[in-house]
Design a protein around this ligand. Structure first.
Ligand code: FEO
Ligand code: CA
Ligand code: CA
Length: 676
């Protein structure tokens, strides 16, 4: 039986035989040598860090989970995650497995600088918001400031805003032609986007607390944070605007979804649905954006990216977001932004060598020869998975390491039916990427990454979300769902038409080397309810009714190389009936494909983060937009949440306070590693 037969055989979906059958397929795992070991052999960790920073600590460098390989799986087919799984369900609270604490660390509006005012939800201002924790916390990263890892900088993305629960009396503005949006409300929204860097400390009680006097604390926003540009599109004519004729200085970052921490402790913010912030006043007879007055090439390019999406009306007061005024401004978003959390004065950098698309995340690791490798999905139906490999090698000098993000090659993935994956380079002048096809230089290839990848024949995927590398040359790719895939559009790597629940692909790079040009892929799980045959789910049968999930989104690898998955069902809550949460998904041994529920969101909240500290004793998760997603379809909560009538008032449960997105810190009662 070929692997294609296995994938397509409905008789063995969700059966133990399927997993056994997978075991017969040759892949090329190299678990004998981890990337951490390779790096350790090349550089002494302590030497590296001493050379890099004023503080002497080893935890920030090469402490990322992406350097870790899995420890041996338990022999007897049991999941290695030692906790009693949580029961599934829906209510207004968050829940964590027994024996753990899950404490609120930071909420929307909490002051994160010494001079910021206390949160006043009825009288919010943009000026106040610029010193307070932003909205819709998504990616969470941590970089230690001391050797023990008990003090460090939390780096948090603020992806977007929900005006209907943020501001009194508004409701969903996109459904009312933004009639209630004032210039001040727009500026508050902008100030609530972006990122936060804030110092946190673990007290002797084991509790984490925020230090609002931390000297590194800062907000990064699309309202007022200037950024510079590196790589092939820096200064490119298509990056130039009236406000920035050099094409080198961009105000802010948009829709920062997932992200990553580099091996040298900088914070990468992925710009995802940037198209939604662009505006036009030229509409066609159907009320859709009319791009006919733009040059054909520009109209085609903007359409491929969904620009202008008009999800927000910022372009009415900040005209750079109006494509009729600044047709090049959309080219300045959709990148990966690097922030040095240890230098509050340093300008963030948009690294254009990593391509422009709806970057879900940007997780880093290192090839066996020391080159930097970054994986990133383009979260759109039928879009692609990418990886970036630097030209130079990771070393002791932090500035030189950051330059690795400017000089390297971006590849796009083709998933073939025989179970192989081929990484195709996006290089100007090679293959179809020539002037004849609209690419005058490498800057054009990077600005129009999607169009270049189309020409190379990349495999259209079911919305690639987080792509999480592990130190042994393995990557876990979350494919969240794709309700629009028709039966004649399925391929081996995206095997379900109208995929409501998504799936997870495991990739093993050749030779266990993240720098490899090829690898092997297999499907780890097909999500959804395994008790309903029509769903076509595939889990290890040890997975209980609590453990299966839909719509995998973000992922993390813990200190033992184990995989954790967070879910975002969006409006599909009604399809599973389950709240979003965090799941421990076994990848090794006979228990491969067994999932257990560890943390559950309050109703309507999406699970983001997750991030483990290096000692595996602390897990940060982020609850995004509590109360808003899918509650209309969920028994007992049927409503479109508003400021006045939300489905939950988590986490404050104060009748005068709407629900607030918040970062939750999870520790084991009495201390110790999580799930060990
Ligand atoms: Fe922001 Fe792809 O989710
Ligand atoms: Ca998400
Ligand atoms: Ca991740």
């Amino acid at each position: 039986m070929t692997r294609k037969d296995i994938l397509n055989d409905p008789m063995i979906g969700n059966k133990a035989e399927a997993f056994e059958a997978f075991d017969d397929i040759p892949t090329n795992p190299n678990l004998s040598r981890t990337i951490g070991e390779v790096v350790a052999a090349r550089y002494s960790r302590r030497e590296l860090f001493r050379g890099a920073l004023a503080v002497t600590t080893t935890t920030a460098l090469f402490g990322t989970s992406a350097m870790i390989a899995p420890k041996q799986a338990a022999a007897a087919g049991t999941s290695r995650y030692n906790f009693t799984e949580l029961e599934w369900g829906n209510d207004t609270m968050h829940h964590v497995a027994e024996g753990y604490d899950a404490d609120i660390l930071l909420r929307w509006g909490d002051p994160i600088t010494a001079d910021a005012p206390d949160f006043d939800v009825m009288n919010q201002t943009a000026a106040a918001q610029l010193g307070q924790f932003g909205y819709n916390n998504d990616y969470v990263g941590f970089t230690a400031l001391n050797e023990a890892g008990t003090r460090g900088l939390l780096c948090v993305n603020h992806e977007y805003t929900n005006e209907e629960v943020m501001f009194p009396g508004l409701g969903r503005q996109d459904k009312q032609a933004f009639a209630g949006m004032t210039p001040e409300l727009i500026d508050i929204e902008m100030a609530a986007h972006g990122g936060t860097v804030v110092e946190i400390e673990k007290e002797t009680t084991g509790q984490w607390r925020v230090d609002r006097n931390g000297k590194y604390n800062r907000r990064i926003t699309p309202l007022n944070t200037a950024m510079t540009v590196s790589g092939p599109a820096a200064g490119h004519p298509r990056m130039q605007t009236n406000a920035d004729p050099e094409g080198m200085t961009i105000i802010g970052t948009l829709n920062n979804c997932a992200g990553g921490m580099t091996p040298w402790g900088t914070y990468l913010m992925a710009e995802e649905n940037f198209h939604g912030y662009f505006w036009t006043s030229k509409l066609d007879a159907e009320g859709k954006p009319d791009l006919s007055t733009l040059p054909d090439a520009d109209a085609k390019r903007h359409k491929r990216y969904g620009v202008p999406g008009m999800w927000y009306n910022w372009g009415t007061t900040h005209t750079r977001f109006d494509i009729d005024v600044e047709p090049n401004e959309p080219n300045r978003f959709g990148w990966i932004v690097e922030v040095d959390p240890r230098d509050p004065e340093a300008m963030p950098v948009k690294h254009t060598a990593l391509g422009r698309f709806r970057h879900e995340g940007c997780e880093t690791t290192v090839a066996t020869d020391g080159r930097l490798v970054i994986y990133s999905g383009d979260d759109n139906r039928f879009d692609y998975m990418y990886k970036y490999v630097s030209e130079g090698k990771v070393g002791e000098d932090r500035a030189a390491n950051s330059a690795l993000l400017s000089d390297g090659t971006l590849f796009v993935a083709r998933f073939d039916e025989d179970g192989s994956i081929t990484w195709m380079p996006l290089v100007h002048g090679e293959g179809p990427l020539t002037a004849e096809n609209g690419f005058n230089d490498q800057g054009d290839v990077m600005i129009d990454t999607r169009i270049a990848a189309d020409l190379l024949g990349a495999t259209p995927m079911d919305r690639p979300e987080d792509a999480q590398p592990r130190g042994d040359g393995t990557i876990y790719l979350m494919l969240t769902n794709n309700s629009r895939r028709k039966p004649d559009q399925v391929n081996a790597a995206n095997p379900r038409p109208e995929s409501v629940f998504g799936h997870i692909i495991e990739i093993k790079e050749d030779g266990g080397d993240h720098g490899a040009a090829k690898g092997q892929w297999s499907i780890l799980v097909k999500c959804g309810d395994p008790s309903v045959a029509e769903v076509g789910a595939m889990w290890n049968p040890e997975t209980s009714v609590n453990g299966w999930f839909g719509s995998p989104d973000n992922a993390a690898i813990d200190a033992d190389g184990r995989l954790w998955i967070s879910t975002d069902q969006g409006t599909n809550w009604g399809a599973t009936g389950k709240s979003d949460g965090l799941y421990a998904l076994e990848t090794e041994g006979e228990a491969r494909g067994t999932s257990k529920l560890f943390f559950r969101c309050p109703v309507g909240g999406e699970m983001c983060g997750p991030y483990f500290t290096e000692d595996a004793e602390t897990l940060f998760v982020a609850v995004q937009h509590p109360g808003t997603d899918g509650t209309k379809e969920l028994a007992g909560f049927e409503r479109d949440s508003t400021f006045e009538d939300p489905a939950t008032r988590w986490p404050d449960f104060d009748p005068a306070m709407p629900p607030r997105p918040a970062v939750v810190v999870i520790t084991k009662q009495g201390g110790g590693k999580i799930a060990v």
